[in-house]
Design a protein around this ligand. Structure first.
Ligand code: ADP
Ligand code: MG
Length: 383
């Protein structure tokens, strides 16, 4: 078994978004140095990193410098060329590696791997031709959601098909620009949850408290912890995440997104082999955050079981909220913690920051969430 990678070793992070930034902040606190590779010189992580390499991910020269500057490498998003990661892997430890990355990059591959291992999934089929699309819709039944097999995030590349006319339109589109689609049953959900699991190289596994997620326009809006579900479902969800990270023998952090159906069945939606937006609460509400857990696992340090200090919620701040953002009033809310990522370019659906609220009971948290939502101009959804 290899030795720990101790501070002040250098942690290399591919991608300099907010996930990279928050990872660096934790690594820095622990005495590590950091190097970030991102095409954008002003990416959030560049504000903190000891070194930022600005170049497209295809640059071999930068890959070389990045490998030289890192004692251990990780990544903060999935849409990187797995070939680059495989190249780096030959030079320095890359954790989690290129194998889980290429699985998580491709919805088909991810579903097939999960199905082969016996994990519960939404009814689905693959379609690359018009005939396959019609057949998938016939087999699954309306409504379905068609997702592009690659490069989807925050609901990008997804279309719900509720009737023949929608399928005809999608079939025409498929005829004009051929691509691989995953067709899924559009489930009626009780709620969505996620579990962040972390595993050490030695095989120790810890899971964070089950988080309940509300999406709006397919983007995460709110995470509530603990999830407001039965103890049985909560235990099953945590167990499922543990089984999945063990089954892939993944070292590092894995987020497992799950659907809870109206019949209280748990279905695995998707995997992210990195810290996840739904785990941000752990920065303010746990004794170890998902980012510290990542640093510990990639540097082969002991992994504690995360403890939740307080019921909490995390509310995302998107570009569309920025002009209404009243920091003075937000900061008056007891237990509110503001995180802004310092992004220069504001887009309506872009994640600009988040707010965590902590309160003694889930009921108090709900009340604080309503106050934050009102300040952001978001309505509380009924029910
Ligand atoms: P992304 O990569 O964009 O996060 P997801 O597959 O997680 O893609 O879909 C985003 C959100 O869309 C989900 O969190 C869920 O709210 C909704 N959604 C996606 N697929 C389904 C489905 N089969 N049934 C019901 N809701 C779905
Ligand atoms: Mg998702």
């Amino acid at each position: 078994m290899s030795k720990s990678i101790l501070p002040p070793s250098s942690v290399g992070i591919i991608g300099g978004g907010q996930l990279g930034m928050m990872t660096i902040r934790e690594a820095q606190r622990m005495g590590y140095r950091s190097v970030v590779w991102d095409p954008d010189a002003h990416c959030p992580a560049s504000r903190l990193a000891d070194q930022t390499l600005t170049a497209p991910f295809s640059s071999r020269e930068t890959a070389q410098r990045f490998a030289e500057g890192s004692d251990v490498i990780t990544y903060e998003f999935e849409h990187i060329d797995a070939g680059v990661v495989a190249w780096l892997e030959e030079r320095k430890p890359v954790i989690p590696g290129s194998e889980i990355l290429s699985i998580a990059q491709h919805r088909r591959e991810e579903k097939q791997q999960l199905a082969r291992r016996g994990f519960p999934l939404v009814a689905h089929a693959l379609a690359s031709s018009q005939a396959e699309l019609w057949e998938a819709v016939r087999d699954i039944g309306y409504p379905v959601v068609a997702k592009t097999a690659t490069a989807g995030y925050d609901g990008k590349g997804q279309t719900v098909l509720s009737q023949e006319e929608d399928t005809r339109r999608m079939a025409r589109h498929l005829g004009e620009s051929p691509q691989e689609l995953v067709i899924e049953k559009f489930e009626s959900l009780l709620c969505e949850v996620s579990v962040i699991a972390v595993r050490s190289q030695k095989g120790e596994v810890a899971t964070f408290p089950v988080a309940e997620n509300e999406h709006r326009e397919n983007i995460l809006h709110l995470t509530m912890v603990p999830a407001r579900i039965s103890e049985t479902i909560r235990r099953q969800a945590a167990e499922l995440a543990r089984e999945i990270i063990e089954s892939f023998a993944l070292t590092g952090v894995l987020c497992v997104e799950m659907f809870i159906t109206r019949e209280e069945r748990i279905l695995v939606n998707e995997l992210a082999p990195r810290p996840h937006n739904s785990g941000h609460f752990s920065l303010d509400a746990c004794d170890v955050s998902q980012f510290e857990a990542l640093v510990r696992s990639i540097c082969r340090l002991p992994l504690p079981v995360p403890r939740l200090f307080s019921p909490c919620a995390m509310i995302n701040i998107l570009g569309k909220h920025m002009d209404k953002l009243d920091v003075d009033r937000l900061m008056k809310i007891p237990g509110a913690k503001l995180h802004l990522y310092g992004k220069r370019r504001i887009e309506r659906r872009r994640k600009m920051g988040h707010i965590t609220v902590l309160a003694p009971t889930s009921h108090d948290v709900e009340r604080q969430v309503a106050v934050v939502e009102a300040l952001l101009g978001e309505d509380r959804a009924p029910g």
